[in-house]
Design a protein around this ligand. Structure first.
Ligand code: HEM
Ligand SMILES: *[C@@H]1O[C@H](CO)[C@@H](O)[C@H](O)[C@H]1NC(C)=O
Ligand SMILES: *[C@@H]1O[C@H](CO)[C@@H](O)[C@H](O)[C@H]1NC(C)=O
Ligand SMILES: *[C@@H]1O[C@H](CO)[C@@H](O)[C@H](O)[C@H]1NC(C)=O
Ligand SMILES: *[C@@H]1O[C@H](CO)[C@@H](O)[C@H](O)[C@H]1NC(C)=O
Ligand SMILES: *[C@@H]1O[C@H](CO)[C@@H](O)[C@H](O)[C@H]1NC(C)=O
Ligand SMILES: *[C@@H]1O[C@H](CO)[C@@H](O)[C@H](O)[C@H]1NC(C)=O
Length: 327
C-alpha cells in the first residue's frame, strides 16, 4: 500500500521534469500572466481577423517566424526596417518581395501596447502568432513559453547565408538546420509548413522548362502537375512573380497533405521533392503521409525547438515599442 502511494506521488514530479526539459528554462508559460493577462486573446484576435480577410496570411506569418529564428535566433530582427546603423533583413534575397505579414504583427503590437505598454516583446508576439496561424488553419496547438526579448540589430548578410534556398541540395539544407541546433527530422517535419501558402514561379520554374539544360522538365515532377504549373508560369520572365500553391491538394488547410504530395511526385519546390531523394528523409515523409497524428505531434515539438533558437532573455535585448525600430 505504502509502496504504491509513493509510486503515484512520483508521477507529477516526473511530468514536471519532462516539461522543463521539453521547454526552455529561461522562459515561462506564465511570463506575462500578471503584466499582460489578455495577451493571448489579443494575438489570437489579430491573427484570426487577418486570416478572415486573407487566408494566405496564416502561411506568411508562419514563414516570418521561421525566417526570424534562423537569422541570429528568434529575436525579432526580421521585423526591423533598415536604419542608419544597419541594413535590415527585409531586403535579403530570401525575404525581398517575398516575406509578408508585417502589417499583421504591427497591428497586434499596437493593440498589445494599448493593453500593456512596453511589456511584451515583438518576438514573443510573432512566436504566438505563428502558433495561432497554424492552429487557426486546422493544425496542432501547442503551449508557447514566453519571455523572449527583442534584438538590437539585424544582419542582412546572415539572412542571405543562413536561410535555406530552394535551389540548393538537400545536404546543404540539412547542414543549415544542424547549424541551428535542429536535426534532419526537424527539417523534414518543419518542411510540412509548406502544407499552406504559395511560392512565386521563379522559385521552381527551372523544373518546368529546362531542368537539364537540354529543354527537359524535372523527371521527378508529376506530368499532370507539370502541365498545370506551366499554365500558371509560362516560359517568359513576366510570369516570375505569379503564384502557385505549395500544396495544391489542400492549400489553406494545415494537414499532412504536403507529405502525401511528395510521395506522388507533386512537390512544388525542388527542395521539397528532394526529401524523397534520400532514403532517411523519404522514410520520414512516408510516415507523416500515413499518420497525420504523428505529423501534428512532431511538428508541434519541432516548432517549440525552433522557437527557442538563440533567444535573448533577462536583461539582454529590449522590449521594442514599435516592432520596426529599435527603441
Ligand atoms: C527546408 C527548407 C525550406 C526552403 C528551401 C523553403 C523555401 C521556400 C520558398 C522558396 C518559398 C516561396 C517564397 C516565395 O516565392 O516568395 C517558401 C514559402 C513558404 N515557406 Fe518555406 N522553405 C523551407 C522551410 C520552411 C519552414 C521550416 C517553414 C515553417 C515551418 C516554411 C514555411 C513556409 C510557408 C508557410 C510558405 C508560404 C508563405 C506565403 O504564402 O506567404 N518553410 N518557402
Ligand atoms: C481584458 O479584456 C477584457 C475584455 O475582453 C477587459 O474587460 C479587461 O479589462 C482586460 N484586462 C486588462 C488587464 O486589460
Ligand atoms: C484585407 O485584405 C486586402 C488585400 O487582400 C487589403 O487590401 C485590405 O487592406 C485588408 N483589409 C483589412 C481590414 O485588413
Ligand atoms: C552578420 O552575419 C555574418 C554572417 O553570419 C557575420 O559574418 C557577421 O559578423 C555579422 N555581422 C554582425 C555585425 O554581426
Ligand atoms: C553546398 O555546400 C557546399 C559546401 O559548403 C558548397 O561548396 C556549395 O556551393 C553549396 N551548394 C549550393 C548550391 O549552395
Ligand atoms: C497526389 O496526391 C494528392 C493528395 O493526396 C492528390 O490531390 C493528387 O491528385 C495526387 N496526384 C497524383 C498524380 O496522384
Ligand atoms: C536506398 O534505398 C534503395 C531502394 O530501397 C536502395 O537500393 C539503396 O541502396 C538505398 N541507399 C542507401 C544509401 O541506403
Amino acid at each position: 500500500m505504502n509502496q504504491s502511494t509513493s509510486a503515484f506521488s512520483t508521477i507529477p514530479l516526473f511530468c514536471l521534469l519532462f516539461l522543463v526539459t521539453f521547454g526552455n528554462s529561461q522562459l515561462d508559460y506564465r511570463f506575462y500572466d500578471s503584466a499582460c493577462p489578455n495577451l493571448s486573446k489579443i494575438v489570437r484576435y489579430g491573427v484570426w481577423s487577418a486570416i478572415a480577410n486573407e487566408t494566405r496570411l496564416a502561411a506568411s506569418i508562419l514563414r516570418l517566424h521561421f525566417h526570424d529564428c534562423f537569422v541570429n535566433g528568434c529575436e525579432g530582427s526580421i521585423l526591423l526596417d533598415d536604419s542608419s546603423n544597419f541594413k535590415g533583413e527585409k531586403n535579403a534575397n530570401p525575404n525581398r518581395n517575398s516575406a509578408r505579414g508585417f502589417e499583421v504583427i504591427d497591428a497586434i503590437k499596437e493593440n498589445v501596447e494599448k493593453a500593456c505598454p512596453s511589456t511584451v516583446s515583438c518576438t514573443d508576439i510573432l512566436t504566438l502568432a505563428a502558433r495561432d496561424a497554424v492552429f487557426l488553419s486546422g493544425g496542432p496547438f501547442w503551449p508557447v513559453s514566453l519571455g523572449r526579448r527583442d534584438g538590437l540589430t539585424a544582419n542582412e548578410t546572415a539572412a542571405n547565408t543562413d536561410l535555406p534556398s530552394p535551389f540548393e541540395p538537400l545536404e546543404n539544407i540539412t547542414a543549415k538546420f544542424i547549424s541551428k541546433g535542429l536535426d534532419a527530422k526537424d527539417m523534414v517535419v518543419l518542411s510540412g509548413g509548406h502544407t499552406i501558402g504559395f511560392a512565386q514561379c521563379f522559385t521552381f520554374k527551372r523544373r518546368l522548362f529546362n531542368f537539364d539544360g537540354a529543354g527537359n522538365p524535372d523527371p521527378t515532377l508529376d506530368a499532370s502537375l507539370l502541365g498545370s504549373l506551366r499554365s500558371i508560369c509560362p516560359n517568359q520572365d513576366d510570369s516570375d512573380t505569379n503564384l502557385a500553391p505549395l500544396d495544391a491538394a489542400t492549400t489553406t488547410k494545415f494537414d499532412n497533405s504536403y507529405f502525401k504530395i511528395l510521395v506522388n511526385s507533386s512537390g512544388l519546390l525542388q527542395s521539397d521533392q528532394a526529401l524523397m531523394g534520400d532514403n532517411k528523409t523519404a522514410a520520414l515523409v512516408f510516415g507523416y503521409s500515413k499518420f497525420p497524428f504523428l505529423f501534428t505531434k512532431d511538428f508541434a515539438s519541432s516548432m517549440v525547438k525552433m522557437s527557442n533558437i538563440g533567444i535573448l532573455t533577462g536583461q539582454n535585448g529590449q522590449i521594442r515599442k514599435n516592432c520596426r525600430v529599435v527603441n
